[in-house]
Design a protein around this ligand. Sequence first.
Ligand code: DAH
Length: 354
Amino acid sequence: MLEVSDLRKKLDIIRQQAFINIEKINDLYELQVTKTQYLGKNSAINDILKSVTQLPHQYRIEIGQLTNKLKKEISDKITIKFNELEKKLIDEKLKDSEIDLTLPGLDFSIGHRNPLLKTVDDIANIFKNLGYQIVSGNEVENEEYNFNRLNLPANHPARAMQDTFYLDNNSKEVNRWLLRTHATNITARILSKQNKNKQKVEAVISLGNVYRKDNDDATHSHQFMQVDGFVVAPNITFANLKWTLNHFCQQMFGLETKTRLRPSYFPFTEPSVEVDVNCPMCKLQGCSLCKHTGWIEVLGAGMIHPNVFTAAGLDEATAGFAFGVGIERIAMIKYGIDDIRLFYNNDLRFLKQF
Ligand code: DAH
């Protein structure tokens, strides 16, 4: 017959031994072994718990409770020891490692789009929303599509060697190859695919690089970007062009933007206009951006010249309008940038501002 007082004593002894043993432990493996020894299936504590059923009824509860309490005390002690040993291990690892926690963290700065490409996307989206088709087109072009078919005759000053990059300066060919001087070449190419007898309604913009023999300075670059667009449709009028230009400028520079059309000259349009917007910097008050006029020129446009239609093999009475925009110029006005070269230099101090 089990003696209850023996059991009480046994529990006390286990407690004392366990506490002393746990206190002495110095590594996690040993702690795990000790845990199994005191709390595992074959532990003395478990044996006592199993034997509780053999006790006289009045002692079962007392011994049961005492045993469970001891289990909890030992388990708590082991947890405390575990945390202590683990912290020690981490501290030691950190002490030995090369990591210097006092160093400042790495800079995870995220890149973003160049303001010029952002402007390209913005322009494309404005016209996409109006149902225009977006194309990029060829940058290497010949005189036929860059000049002849756009009503720029052979003696036109824009064709001169000081303006145009010819691929071969010594070529004696009639139709020499060149780097396109404007994106209007795409208009000539697309119109020439139209069918004279079955006119198709077409609204297209092309975006891309163009090249001119300019000396680079704050406002000129030998390579820059243009959007060139046109619409051909029966009965299209100058009023449609005016609405389109107004819409474009307001979407680009804000809904309060005012536009002003001035008569101008382009060989491929008649009548031709240049379009100004009220200066977004000074709102018509006059500042250095608008050269104190309150207005800034943003694009050229007009009704497509009958000679352009006939050169494309179409009826000269075909109706259509066209426009051309310098993209850098738009970005410079929109973001208040005063030097075109900043777009191409990849200077992070500049790029990070957008
Ligand atoms: N191609 C002209 C230039 O480079 C811009 C331009 C003006 C394009 C009027 C057009 C237009 O399509 O209708 O300066």
